[in-house]
Design a binder for this molecule. Sequence first.
Ligand code: SAH
Length: 396
Amino acid sequence: MVTLTLKKGREKAVLRHHPWIFSGAVQSLSGEPGSGETVAVRDSGGNFLAWGAYSPKSQIRARIWSWDEGQSINPSFFEERIRTAIKLRETLIDPQSTSAYRLIHAESDRLPGLIVDRYNETLVMQILSAGIEHWREEITDILIKLINPNGIYERSDVAVRGLEGLEERVGALCGKIPQRPILINENGIKFKVDLLGGQKTGFYLDQRDNRQFCRAIAQDKSVLNCFAYTGGFTAYALAGGAESVLSIDSSVEAIHLAKENVLLNQGSLENCEWIVGDVFKELRTLRDGGRQFDLVILDPPKFAPTASQAKQAARGYKDINLYGFKLLKPGGTLMSFSCSGGIDELFFQKIVADAALDAEVDAQILYRLSQSPDHPTHLAFPEGSYLKGLVVRTGN
Ligand code: SAH
């Protein structure tokens, strides 16, 4: 077993059970571990700290599996972790009303780099670390054993794999994968999800509870849903009795599916307007046209994946929030989100505050929202908390 020894004084994060070891903290290696192989992590005095997966190309040189010296990193270890993650979801999800949710949330389920989403009887798996890549077949077998899905589809088609020295890859890992969009249930609302071609693993499962929140406040409101994707917030707002919903997204395919989703749930496209276009531009057009709404939803894609892009991203958030406020009726509500890991909650709040100031509205935060609990944040891994939402009400 290869030993990875940390520089003197660099063991603090590991002792606090943070799962990442950066290359700059590494003093030496006793051998040449392959990508994803298990190493023993020790402090500069030779004391055991943890077992981790080695990643030769990554800035994150190792990700911790366990802090228990007596633990063997083998298939039973992964089976135990996966069992624990599944059990948690059993306490969170009512299968009667919700058939799609995140089963494994990587670092926060103590399985660094592994995402598994469940869509009915199909699992979609995304591998983001050298360690999980190393155990890919064993993990697939464990998922088959514990869940017995109809199929497991791998969607490791994300650029961050490059940082781990891994190629992008998609394809069936086992079983039959639906080639056409499938019908899922979320809080009793139906959605078609394209597992093969959709964004992320097909659906933005992390917004489930926030969509439910939207349903609860939508009664009789005129709603503007920006970055609508396949109509998640749109369908919930309509189910909550919204008077009208205007949905904007730049993706033709997404809006096409959004319309199908509304049809599935209310049987017609009544009270709906659709725009395929760029939100930055369309918000200005709506403003120029004198349009006003009771509820504006802003759920943009990740403008700042890391802190280095935060400044540039802040301009984007500021712009859409400024126009979001301008398009609200007095006493209106803004639901504004950021899923950028590089922008923390306080910074996001400041951006929204700046936007309100420029829009010359007086506004109060009523609720703070975050990702749904099937996307937990491990307390030792604050980076796991990426989705921030503010529900803001403007003055009359
Ligand atoms: N709210 C959605 C998820 C939004 S994901 C839900 O609950 O399912 C972000 C969406 O923004 C994607 O659908 C993407 O196509 C769209 N998008 C990205 N940049 C855009 C832009 N400049 N203008 C309009 N839509 C954009």
